[in-house]
Ligand binder design. Structure first.
Ligand code: ADP
Ligand code: ASP
Ligand code: MG
Length: 408
């Protein structure tokens, strides 16, 4: 069982979570629980690390290993509090921090990858009838340094622990009662999906639906973890099951719509239109650790030069510009412009493979609303467009209706 930040936001809610755990124990199940930090807590800790780094003067970016020590603290508190609450209710329980499980991770502090969960002692404790309350989001990197898994990482802790201990089920409890056709907070007509294929959920998550962290879906898919998304507040209704594609009977062309505001766009004007130019641009970006997402190269008007546009996350923008400017001589662009006032909207569905014309409806719908498409990218089961940020909600709602996803 995994409980997100809103579900453990205060002692009263932790008590409610404890009753849900108690219920599973009374049904005869052996339980490991993964908890997030109290809602808002991680944001507060992140802000503190930035303030502290500024106080040092020149050093503007906090040391990522110390950042992890600080931001991992939120989960330490909730794991202890839930264990105390369970014990008070007469349920044997203990907390397990990332290094105690252990949840072994890579050394990429701030967004470490889980490399293994050899939870022998914890498994023994669970077998012995004790509830294991695991601090989500955190792990231990080589050299025994504390690591964290990137924002939203408790989902990944939960699925990885489930895989590590061969759990029969992994129930992700959150503040919505399942995965919806799009974010129910911006489209009230969004519908809950009874089931969603791993592949679709992977795209939804990586294209911005923060209901599950992308990496958690990858692990669920790889290890075939039986994963459900449920509501902490209405645990007995609804829910969404992640499943194989074959288990979905009705394959609509579009299953869901995702959006992301964490986008920045950079355009290089008048770069030479000849072999090797893309390599000259994207090589330095890769070396700088920038994940380039969408790319578009214009048709050359004069046969000599062309414009090239690409996107990355807003957090990577400064690094991307620095890499470009450092390599100005090799790339030989005339000018560079950038903006963060853009957002990405994506339609996702495995049914797209079998239905031609799916993208066309997207383009027409956006055109009818007067929304300009700046960049397009596609894969077998998704189409993404980059638009001005101010139109995101309008675009998502219009597409939701156009693909007949609105609830009746
Ligand atoms: P938790 O703290 O429990 O991990 P999150 O805030 O990380 O919860 O994720 C749940 C939120 O994800 C919901 O409140 C909802 O606004 C958002 N969300 C975005 N897209 C979707 C979607 N397609 N289906 C359900 N929720 C979504
Ligand atoms: N507390 C962490 C965050 O806010 C991890 C999580 O909630 O999944 O990102
Ligand atoms: Mg989350």
């Amino acid at each position: 069982m995994k409980f997100g930040g809103t579900s453990v936001a205060d002692i009263e809610r932790i008590r409610h979570v404890a009753t849900l755990v108690k219920r599973e124990v009374e049904r005869g199940n052996k339980v490991a629980v993964v908890v997030s930090a109290m809602a808002g807590e991680t944001n507060k800790l992140v802000a503190w690390t930035n303030d502290a780094a500024k106080a040092e003067g020149a050093n503007q970016v906090p040391d990522q290993r110390e950042y992890d020590v600080v931001v991992a603290a939120g989960e330490q508190i909730t794991s202890g509090l839930l264990a105390i609450t369970l014990n008070a209710m007469g349920i044997k329980a203990r907390s397990w921090l990332g290094w105690q499980v252990p949840i072994n991770t890579s050394a990429v502090h701030g967004s470490a990858r889980i490399e293994g969960v050899p939870a022998t002692d914890m498994q023994k404790a669970i077998e012995g009838g004790e509830v294991a309350v695991v601090a989500g989001f955190q792990g231990v990197a080589p050299g025994t340094r504390i690591s964290t898994l990137g924002r939203g990482g408790s989902d990944t802790s939960a699925v990885a622990v489930a895989a590590g201990i061969n759990a029969a089920r992994c129930d992700i409890y959150t503040d919505v009662d399942g995965v919806y056709t799009t974010d129910p907070r911006i489209v009230p007509k969004a519908r809950r999906l009874e089931k969603i294929a791993y592949e679709e959920m992977l795209e939804m998550a990586s294209l911005g639906a923060k209901v599950l962290q992308t990496r958690s879906v990858e692990i669920a898919m790889l290890h075939r973890v039986q994963t459900r998304v449920l509501s902490t507040f209405t645990p007995d209704v609804g829910g969404t099951l992640l499943c194989d594609e074959e288990d979905i009977v009705e394959k609509k062309p579009v299953t869901g719509i995702a959006y992301s505001r964490d986008e920045a766009k950079i355009t290089l004007h008048k770069v030479p239109d000849k072999p090797g130019v893309s390599a000259a641009i994207f090589g330095p970006l890769a070396d700088a650790g920038v994940n380039v997402d969408m790319i578009v190269q214009n048709v050359s008007e004069d046969g000599e030069t062309t414009d090239l546009t690409f996107t990355c996350t807003r957090g990577e923008l400064t690094r991307a510009l620095a890499a470009i400017e450092t390599h100005a001589k090799q790339i030989r662009y005339r000018a560079v412009t950038h903006t963060s006032d853009v957002a990405k909207v994506s339609i996702i569905g495995i049914g797209m493979r079998a239905h031609p014309g799916v993208a066309q409806l997207m383009f027409r719908t956006l055109a009818e609303k007067g929304i300009n498409i700046e960049v397009i990218s596609t894969s077998e089961i998704k189409v993404s467009v980059l638009i001005a940020e101010e139109y995101v909600e309008l675009a998502v709602r219009a597409l939701h209706s156009a693909y007949e996803l609105d609830a009746a």
